[in-house]
Design a protein around this ligand. Structure first.
Ligand code: NAD
Length: 476
């Protein structure tokens, strides 16, 4: 069993706490590592290190800072196979997807390094003679990043890369379920000549150590990726200091299949978007609306395709998904399906925990006879379960899709360009995918509406989250 240390002020150090968090391999049930259950002293040490380092880090050129992002990309690429294996073990993500996550993360560091010479301020026309108005963009300062367990390595980079590039320093807390890849990365970063305190990783409970990080007066911005509940707690906790928050929270993405859709493409798109990483992805298709005229045909093909989805050992070739992250997640899914059944849903396939020797599996599940007001249609399941509802009119489909407290992603399947453009206009979601699976690109902007979040990540607009403006009025 591996034991990890905190990464504070450029060094791997012992925690001030003697408590530990044990990390389970969800597929085998084996305890594979332990990380410190950090306390307030760990939080303060990391924040003070980040605060001390920030001024001189921000004083460097962005091109200089980008050099370190490229070095991080190189380190990840040099260790890509080992990192992917560790990722599989800490969360039961299938190996090919884990490898995609590791490689994508390296590309992500390189992508943001490319912004060094591109982001800029503005010169604004003045109402006065002989005056220039300059808008400068300056780093926010000390950032606290709080990560979920579903894409632990990528989401770490999603916060670290734009923070460091813009001249912020960061203290990042990985999820207690999946801290291993983050601390393996810390070991790699420790071999670089990165200025001390610029990047810090501390593990611990969200409600204690996480809360201390969020409420500290040192913290200038909190970026959380996690559940709506954690987002709500962080909004409350950041109120006293009026600390900026950037929140990427849950989703309940609708997939709309119109009458003229390419049916095979739609079936594949929705299946892929539902079962990827056991359904534990924020942008997953969580509910489908299918035109009544093609409903039966769609259901036949869709149920067949879901039945064929192979689940099992995450290292075995051909496995599509593996265990849920833990027993609690498996139980939560099962209870939601039970309540849906009790409310009248018909199980078209699956509908129960999978009978496997190891792991916390849930069968690929399709539910018919659902109503819009059911919990299973309204709340995030985060598992391989999908209710499919029929609709008759375009307006009805859009209204059903928009009728939801979340607003992260959505998709439409149609061969009519007018339906494509009209639905993009009418859908109230941060992202809309057309005739493809749900999965964003690093140059886009991943930002949810309603309870799915505040602010967003990726691309130019994600970079701006870490910058604040200063306007100078210069009379000459
Ligand atoms: P979670 O909310 O349980 O935990 C996320 C992180 O927040 C953890 O590190 C946790 O320790 C910390 N935390 C919890 N309460 C806190 C508090 N009061 N103060 C400070 N930190 C706190 O979420 P999870 O189960 O790890 O992740 C799954 C959720 O994340 C799903 O809802 C999913 O949709 C969402 N998610 C969203 C995106 C996105 O980009 N929108 C991406 C991935 C996951």
């Amino acid at each position: 069993m591996k034991t990890y240390q905190q990464f504070i002020n450029g060094s791997l150090v012992n925690s001030h706490s003697s408590d530990w968090i044990e990390v389970e391999n969800p597929y085998t049930g084996e305890i594979i590592s332990r990380v410190p259950k950090g306390n307030d002293e760990d939080a303060y040490s990391a924040l003070e290190a980040a605060q001390k380092a920030q001024k001189s880090w921000a004083a460097q050129t962005a091109a200089y800072r980008a050099g370190y992002l490229r070095k991080m990309a190189d380190l990840i690429r040099a260790n890509r196979v080992e990192l992917a294996k560790i990722l599989v073990e800490e969360q039961a993500k299938i190996l090919p997807l884990a490898q995609v996550e590791i490689d994508f993360t390296a590309d992500y560091f390189e992508y943001y390094a490319g912004w060094a010479r591109t982001y800029e301020g503005e010169i604004i026309n003045s109402d006065r003679f002989n005056e220039n108005i300059f808008l400068f963009r300056k780093p926010i300062g000390v950032v606290v990043g709080i990560c979920p367990w579903n894409f632990p390595f990528f989401v770490m980079a999603r916060k670290v890369a734009p923070a460091l590039l813009t001249g912020c320093t960061i203290v990042l807390k990985p999820s207690s379920n999946t801290p291993n890849t983050t601390f393996e990365f810390a070991k790699l970063v420790a071999t670089l000549d990165l200025p001390k305190g610029v990047l810090n990783f501390v593990s611990g409970s969200g409600k204690t150590l996480g809360n201390t990080l969020v409420t500290s007066r040192i913290t200038d911005m909190v970026t959380l990726t996690g559940s709506v509940e954690a987002g709500q707690e962080i909004i409350k906790a950041s109120a006293d200091n009026v600390t900026k928050v950037s929140l990427e929270l849950g989703g309940k993405a609708p997939a709309i299949v119109f009458e003229d859709a390419d049916l095979d493409l739609a079936v594949k798109g929705v299946v892929d978007s539902r079962v990827i990483f056991s359904g534990q992805v924020c942008n997953c298709a969580e509910r489908a609306y299918v035109h009544r005229k093609i409903y039966d045909k769609f259901i036949d093909k869709f149920v067949k395709a879901m039945k064929e989805v192979k689940y099992g050992d995450p290292f075995e070739t051909g496995t599509v998904y593996s265990s849920q992250i833990d027993k609690a997640q498996q139980t939560k899914i099962d209870e939601m399906v039970s309540r849906a059944k009790a409310a009248g849903a018909e199980v078209l396939t699956g509908g129960k925990k999978a009978d496997t020797k190891t792991g916390y599996f849930y069968e690929p599940t399709v539910l018919g006879n659902c109503r819009q007001d059911m919990e299973i249609v309204q709340k995030e399941v985060f598992g391989p379960v999908i209710p499919v509802l029929p609709f008759d009119e375009y307006e009805e489909a859009i209204a059903l899709a928009n009728d939801c407290e979340y607003g992260l992603t959505s998709s439409v399947f149609t061969t009519n360009i007018n339906t494509v453009m009209q639905s993009i206009k009418d859908l109230k979601f941060g992202e809309t995918y057309v005739n493809r699976e749900h999965f964003e690109g690093m140059q886009g902007f991943h930002a949810g509406w309603r309870k799915s979040g505040i602010g967003g990540a990726d691309g130019k607009h994600g970079l701006m989250e870490y910058l604040q403006s200063q306007v100078a009025y210069i009379q000459f």
